[in-house]
Structure formats: structure tokens, C-alpha cells
Design a protein around this ligand. Structure first.
Ligand code: ZN
Length: 502
């Protein structure tokens, strides 16, 4: 390894440590922290974030990166050159935003979130509208600081924070055919027979669900000696440090599949985190996830492609009966499979099924892009939102609580984030088409509870690379194709049409 690169990594590792401590502090806040610690915890978090930003955007960091860029040995090594490219990208993003804008966004977002909670509670959009206006204004200023990426539009600067190199126009070109075909499919499913959901309505205590969740985690290869599963209101995964990946889930006794699929989803994120080469490369981009879209492809893959397959239930049902409830014994794997594969338009994104979920995402993408480009104003959002729900899903939200006030993202200033959810689904379908092509017996292995071939394939093709390849290149390298709507549509139609008999 080049001398200049070693010096850069030594510095970056410490910044990475600060980030991982901040993550731990945040995890504790969500899980075990007593409520009395809120104020002190906010100060701890703010201090750590400031220290991290200071190091990440320091002159020293700039010098260390520049030295690597001038080092022929680094340039000649493809992996190191990719790593330096990513170090540069992070540094430029961190230094492009003036400190006063960063703190103004943080301050306004804290107030906007309070306003949002209150507005959502009372389903009163008018009281949130001025805050949305402010957050969109700040997002526009942020995009100005970043600058419009070559060949793109200002909104792309926001997208780029979560999905490097993504362009709204390209996303639109994939989303448009996806929306059309999904609309047709949902219309067809609406004429079919809705599956019986009795199998997933068997009540199961939280303790039993937890035991089953741990059993499944172990089976799919999540290393519990290098990770944990805890309970929170909003499930998440945090890949804190080498050997430390935390998952959380939540239990609803009347529907055990909420926690099961929540756990599988977060475990998918967790397997990715555990598969990154952190033990050897912590602090380097080569030990970090590519993008939110690729991260989400991994979570959706275990949650849906694996967890909602008939083969999964052929393996899991006897264990579910034993660990959760003997009452599950009255159902067949096929009945379980059908019960977890319903598709029906609904108002709430986070509760949506695999097919309609993407419609929720596309609506948000269109609304925020229009907001950002000043095509519409904040006050127009409920009308535009409801019209799109009517048009794309055939339903009209009865109030804004179940409409445009349901998501926390915009109050946080997270514009450009939503598309990554559907990008994740699209990537998942691409990857799994290829995985099956290379491993024709894959479904048979899952039926036997052998998840190792799939995990090893993901480790080798995706996890091991860290940020060496950007998402579009990774997709092409793994699948030989550019991202399109086709594999996801084929997967959804192939699964759901037979379930509904249409
Ligand atoms: Zn996720």
C-alpha cells in the first residue's frame, strides 16, 4: 500500500471511529436510554457530529487526499484509486456546504419535525405547510451549494447525497414503464381472488416471536456474536463498527408477520454490513455500502424474495409451529405463502405490499420533484398528492394524516431520498435473476433451509466490494445489464398473478 494512502487511512479511521461512537449513542437512545437523558444525549450527539464534520472537511483531510491523488503508486492500483475517488467525493460534499447552512438546516429540521408530529396528529396540513416551504427552500439552497451535476437538473444534487450519480430523468425513464405495468397488474389482481389471511392472524406473544426471529436470523447467516436484535418503535439497522451490527424490530401480537418481515428486512441490511470488509478496511470507503438503493436491495431481497417465497415457508413452517404457535399447524406452506403475498391499494406506504409499495414511492418522487422545481408550492401538496393516489392507486386518502402527512422525511429535509426505496426493489430483482441463473438449484436450497449459497453469492458479488463500484457499474458488473423495470415486473407478475388466479 502506498505511503500516502496509509497516512490518509490512519486519519480517516479516527473519523470513522467518531462516526461509529455517534451511531452507538444513537442506537442507545432508540433502545435503552432512560427518557431523562434526552437533553444530555442531544448534546452528546451534536458534539460528535460537529467533531466528525470538522475532521471530514478539514484542511488536513484535503491535503492527505491530494497527496494520494498525486501518488503514482495509488493511481496504478485500481482498488486504492477507487477508494481515493470516494474519499474525494465525501470531502467535496462536506466542504461544499457552509457551516451556517448546515446548522440552519439542523435547527429548522428540529422545529419542522415537531410541527410535523403535531400536524400529523391533528391531520392539519395548513400548520405544517410553512415548515415544508422552509425545508424545501433550504434543500434548494443546499442543491445550489452542491451545484447541478453535469447533464442533470438541480434536484439531482439532492439525489446524489443518497444515490451517487443518480439522475431524476433516468429514474423517471425506469419508473414510468414500471408504473404503467404495475397499474395494469393491480387492475387485473383486483378482479382475482384475494388470498385468505387467516394464517397470519394467529396471535403470538412478543417473546415467542422474538425467539423465532433469532432462529431465522441464525439460519440465514446473521452472526449474532457480531450483532444483536433489540426492540424499537421504528425498526432500523446500524452497522456500527467491525464486529458490531445492531438490528431492531417491533412486535404486534395480532400479526406476527410484521415483526418477522421487519426482522428479515433489517437482517438484509445487517448481512450487508457484516459482509463489508470492515475488519481489514474500517474507515475506508472500500468497507462502506455503495448507496441507499443498493443497501435497500439487500434488505428487500431477504424480506421479500426469500421471506415471501413458498420455499421459505416449506422450510420455516414447522419451526414457526414449534417456536411460535401449534395453531400454525393447521396451515400448509402454500397457504402461508398466499397469505403473505397480498396486493391491494392502501394509503400508508410503510404498510403497503410488495407491488403497491413502488406506487407510493413514485408518487412521492413526482411530488417532491415538482415542489423542488417550483412547479407547485407547499400549499398545493395535499391536492396533488390525493390526485396522484386516485390516478395511480384508485383511492383517495380520507385525510392528510393518511395522505401527505404520513412520512417523516420532508420534515427532516430528506428530499431525494424516496426514490432509493424503489431503486432497491429494482436492483433486488436484477441481482436475483442473475443469482438464479448462476445457481439453478437456489430455491431448492432455500426449501432445505440452506441459505449459505445465496449469502456467499451476495458476499462475493456485492458486499466484498464496498464502494469500489458505483451502483450502475455494480449492476452491470453483476448482471451484465443496466437497471430497468423489467426484472422487477417479471418477478412480481410471476408471483402475484398465480396467487390471485389471474
Ligand atoms: Zn431498509
Amino acid at each position: 500500500m502506498g505511503e500516502s494512502y496509509s497516512r490518509l487511512v490512519a486519519y480517516a479511521r479516527q473519523t470513522g471511529m467518531l462516526k461509529s461512537i455517534a451511531g452507538l449513542v444513537h442506537w442507545d437512545q432508540q433502545t435503552y436510554m432512560p427518557p431523562g437523558a434526552v437533553q444530555a444525549r442531544a448534546e452528546q450527539g451534536a458534539l460528535l457530529a460537529a467533531l466528525e464534520h470538522e475532521r471530514a472537511s478539514s484542511e488536513e483531510m484535503g491535503r492527505l487526499i491530494a497527496a494520494c491523488e498525486a501518488d503514482a503508486e495509488v493511481k496504478g492500483n485500481e482498488a486504492l484509486a477507487a477508494s481515493v475517488r470516494e474519499f474525494r467525493r465525501d470531502f467535496d460534499l462536506a466542504t461544499k456546504l457552509p457551516g451556517d447552512l448546515v446548522s440552519e438546516i439542523a435547527r429548522t429540521a428540529a422545529q419542522a419535525q415537531e410541527a410535523w408530529k403535531d400536524a400529523r396528529e391533528r391531520s392539519d396540513f395548513a400548520s405544517f405547510a410553512p415548515w415544508l416551504e422552509k425545508m424545501v427552500g433550504l434543500a434548494r439552497r443546499k442543491a445550489e451549494c452542491y451545484g447541478t451535476p453535469a447533464g442533470g437538473e438541480p434536484y439531482d444534487a439532492l439525489l446524489n447525497e443518497y444515490e451517487q450519480g443518480a439522475r431524476a430523468r433516468e429514474i423517471e425513464a425506469v419508473f414510468t414503464p414500471l408504473r404503467k405495468r404495475l397499474t395494469d397488474m393491480l387492475t387485473a389482481l383486483g378482479r382475482g381472488k384475494h388470498p385468505d389471511t387467516a394464517p397470519i392472524e394467529i396471535p403470538v406473544s412478543a417473546e415467542r416471536q422474538h425467539a423465532f426471529g433469532l432462529f431465522v436470523l441464525k439460519a440465514i447467516g446473521f452472526d449474532l456474536a457480531r450483532g444483536r436484535l433489540d426492540t424499537t418503535t421504528h425498526p432500523f439497522c446500524s452497522g456500527l463498527a467491525p464486529g458490531d451490527t445492531r438490528l431492531t424490530t417491533r412486535y404486534r401480537e395480532s400479526r406476527f408477520t410484521d415483526a418477522l418481515y421487519g426482522t428479515l428486512h433489517e437482517a438484509g441490511h445487517g448481512l450487508y454490513e457484516q459482509g463489508l470488509p470492515k475488519e481489514t478496511r474500517f474507515g475506508e470507503p472500500l468497507a462502506e455500502a455503495v448507496s441507499l438503493g443498493i443497501h435497500e436491495s439487500q434488505s428487500r431481497l431477504w424480506e421479500n424474495w426469500v421471506g415471501r417465497s413458498v420455499e421459505f415457508w416449506e422450510w420455516a413452517l414447522p419451526h414457526a409451529r414449534e417456536l411460535m404457535s401449534p395453531e400454525l399447524g393447521q396451515f400448509t406452506p402454500e397457504q402461508m405463502f398466499r397469505a403473505v403475498n397480498t396486493a391491494r391499494p392502501s394509503f400508508i406506504r410503510v404498510e403497503a405490499d410488495e407491488a403497491t409499495y413502488n406506487m407510493h414511492v413514485m408518487i412521492r418522487f413526482e411530488v417532491e420533484r415538482a415542489l423542488f422545481s417550483r412547479e407547485i408550492e407547499a400549499r398545493d401538496v395535499p391536492g396533488v398528492w390525493n390526485e396522484k393516489y386516485r390516478q395511480y392507486l384508485g383511492i383517495t386518502p380520507p385525510d392528510d394524516r393518511r395522505g401527505c402527512l404520513q412520512d417523516v422525511h420532508w420534515s427532516h429535509g430528506l428530499l431525494g431520498y424516496f426514490p432509493t426505496y424503489t431503486l432497491g426493489n429494482l436492483h433486488m430483482a436484477h441481482f436475483m435473476e442473475k443469482a438464479q441463473e448462476e445457481m439453478p438449484g437456489l430455491k431448492g436450497e432455500i426449501r432445505r433451509g440452506n441459505f449459505a449459497p445465496l449469502l456467499e453469492w451476495l458476499r462475493r458479488n456485492i458486499h466484498a466490494h464496498g464502494r469500489r463500484y458505483l451502483a450502475p457499474e455494480l449492476c452491470r458488473r453483476v448482471t451484465g445489464r443496466a437497471l430497468s423495470a423489467e426484472p422487477l415486473l417479471k418477478y412480481l407478475e410471476g408471483k402475484l398473478r398465480p396467487v390471485y388466479g389471474v
